[in-house]
Each structure stands twice: as C-alpha cells, then as structure tokens.
Design a protein around this ligand. Structure first.
Ligand SMILES: NC(=O)c1ccc[n+]([C@@H]2O[C@H](COP(=O)([O-])OP(=O)(O)OC[C@H]3O[C@@H](n4cnc5c(N)ncnc54)[C@H](OP(=O)(O)O)[C@@H]3O)[C@@H](O)[C@H]2O)c1
Length: 336
C-alpha cells in the first residue's frame, strides 16, 4: 500500500479509502444489498492487512449500522491512532427546522450520535454530506469549528458540492479563523468526470484532497457485461444514476476491459489506476474480500500515457446525477 497526506492536514492516508456504505443491516436501511456484520468484519480485516488505513462511512448508511459495524471491527482489529475514520452528517430535517434547532446544535447532535455508533471519542474527518440550502452556511461553519475545538473531529471535509460552494465556505472560514474544509468527496470516475471542470483545478490550487466516491461507478467499471450481482440488480439508486448513459458509457467500459485483458489485470485495477492519477484517495466499495484485494492492487499498477488517453478519449459531458442533480436544482445562495 502507498500513503499520502490528506490535503493540508497531518493525516497520512492509504491511497485507497474503504467505502463502508455496503456494510450494515439490510433489514433496516435504505439498501437491500448490504452485507451483514460477519462479512463486513472480514472485508475490513482484509483491508487492514493490505495496509488500508482510511475508512469512510456516514450516519445515514443503513440507519447507523454501517458506523456500528465499522467501529466494532476497528476496535477489534486496529489501533485507533493508526486508522483514519471519516463519517458524514446530513442536512437538518424538517422536524429540526420546525423545532428551531440551529445548524450548530444539529452538528453537535449528529456527531454525538456518530461517535456513539462508532464507539469512538473522535473522528479524523467529519464530512458535510450535502449542501444544506435550509441552514445558513455561517451556522454550518461555526458548528463544525466548534466540534473541532471540542476534539470530536480532527478535520472537516465536504461532499456533493460545487466548487463555488466550497470556495465560499472556505473563504468565509479563513477570514474568521475557523476550520476550513480540507477534502471533497465528489462523484468522480471514468464515466462521470464533471469534477474535472471546476472542482479539480480549484483543489489543486488550494491543496484540498479529492477523495471521490463511486470510484467504480457502483461496480460498472469492474464487471463484464455478462457479470451481475445482488447490488447491480437491486441498487435502484445507482441504476437511476447510470442507466440513461449506459450506451455511451459502455464503450468506455469496454476499453477498460480491453486494457485489463492486454495487461493481464482486472478491470478494477485499470479503472482505479486511472483515478489514482487524478486524486488523493478514491473511496471504493466492496461486498467481497476479492474486491478489496483488487482495489489494493490498483495502487501498484501504472497505466501508460497512451492507455490513459485511450480511456479518456470517448467521454462526453454528462448531466449531473444523484445528489449533485438535486444540488444543481437549488437556487444559489438560497436559504429558506
Ligand atoms: N458522499 C456520497 O454522497 C457518497 C455516495 C455514494 C458512495 N459514497 C461512498 O463511496 C463508497 C463507494 O461507493 P459505491 O459503493 O457507490 O461505489 P464503487 O466503489 O464505485 O462500487 C463498489 C462496488 O463495486 C463492485 N466491485 C468492487 N470491486 C470489485 C471487483 N474487484 N470485481 C467486481 N466488482 C467489484 C462491488 O459491486 P457488487 O456488490 O455489485 O459486486 C461493490 O459493491 C461508499 O461505500 C461510500 O463510502 C459516498
């Protein structure tokens, strides 16, 4: 495994971040395809053996059970100060808004719950999961600074935002000596490259770490057309994100398979090796031990410049999908 600094922070992270959205109690959460605690523990343990020290979860993943599984596994298989744990909080609920709970209190409540789920005293990276148009940005930045000061989070990151939103928040924080976002978790992979337009150059300029999610397009960049899985069949949210561009994307995926065959590696290695040339640490999901092994191998696999050009050649701009499509529909600067 190789390691790198997470942006301007002191955190040394593995080049692969283990995404934990696929871990959790399938009976209670939003996904039917997640793996149970025993399987999750095996995958986490194997990831640690392979040198992965960076883990990403969220309070909303399977009603907190992803955080719980991760926390228990890390407690049993790792030392707390040798792993980097990231979790995320979502916007205020309508109930919280109706009850007059301000952004600062919302963040305090959510991190307390996440720390309880993880059974940890602090997280290394606390991530604003998606832009909250119903809570003033000032309250979010103050609330995040408060939990850093309290020692509940070492650093903060953001996810699913536009570059202008990250710039606005960080320059607000900088002027007031508050904690700035040090990482962005956006949707970025070989068939979703909209982050290259504004976000990637901004991050390079500011040394903000890019830790993109769905690095394998929910498995589409790892599987041949003949292969399937429980998730490919049941993950309707991912289908909604990728199905409408499947024909054009299929041609890029075919090139991933072609290079994999030529070089004698898996498609996962090719797709991740490409992303590793662009970002700090992709967040990669796994529902099997072999998945995390493939991701770890990608770190030692290098594509030639010609192969990179060949993989990039067919991409055409895509509409934003998933959370970013909703973000795009909101009015800039609108706080209700
Ligand atoms: N911030 C956000 O809004 C956000 C959104 C989504 C995800 N995330 C984070 O990003 C992580 C990764 O996202 P993701 O799960 O959507 O995407 P992903 O990493 O693109 O896809 C993971 C899926 O790829 C398949 N896979 C992985 N390695 C494979 C291999 N070697 N061979 C065949 N298939 C392989 C598995 O699919 P099968 O199970 O089908 O085999 C696995 O579930 C999540 O766990 C979460 O931590 C964040």
């Amino acid at each position: 495994m190789k390691y790198t600094k997470l942006g301007n922070s002191e955190l040394s992270v593995s080049r692969i971040c283990m995404g934990c959205m696929g871990f959790g109690n399938a009976a209670t959460g939003q996904h039917s395809w997640t793996v149970d605690e025993a399987q999750s523990r095996e995958i986490i343990k194997r990831g640690l053996e392979l040198g992965i020290n960076f883990f990403d979860t969220a309070i909303v993943y399977q009603n907190g059970t992803s955080e719980q599984f991760l926390g228990r596994a890390l407690r049993d298989f790792a030392k707390r100060d040798e792993v980097v744990v990231a979790t995320k909080f979502t916007p205020r609920t309508q109930e919280e808004i109706d009850d007059g709970i301000p952004g600062q209190q919302h963040i305090e409540n959510y991190i307390n719950q996440s720390l309880k789920n993880l059974n940890m005293e602090y997280v290394d990276l606390y991530i604003y999961h998606m832009w909250d148009y119903h809570t003033p940005m000032e309250e979010i930045m103050e609330g995040l600074h408060n939990i850093v000061k309290a020692g509940k989070a070492r650093y903060i990151g953001i996810s699913n935002c536009f570059a202008w939103q990250l710039a606005k928040a960080n320059f607000y924080a900088r002027e007031r000596h508050l904690t700035e976002f040090g990482s962005i978790q956006g949707h970025y992979n070989l068939i979703a490259r909209e982050e290259e337009r504004e976000m990637a150059p901004f991050c390079r300029d500011q040394n903000i770490a890019m830790t993109p999610y769905s690095a394998l397009a929910g498995g589409r960049l790892s599987k041949r057309p003949c292969e399937t899985s429980k998730r490919l069949v049941e993950d309707s949210y991912a289908k909604f994100k990728y199905d409408s561009t499947a024909e054009a994307d299929g041609k890029i995926i075919a090139r991933v398979a072609e290079i994999a065959d030529k070089r004698g590696v898996s498609m996962t290695e090719v797709a991740l090796a490409w992303l590793l040339t662009k970002v700090t640490a992709p967040v990669v999901g796994a529902t099997k031990i072999s998945h995390v092994e493939g991701a770890a191998r990608a770190v030692d696999f290098a594509l030639t410049d010609n192969e990179i050009n060949y993989l990039e050649e067919l991409y055409v701009p895509h509409a934003l999908v998933g959370v970013m499509a909703q973000n795009g529909k909101q009015k800039a600067g609108n706080v209700v």
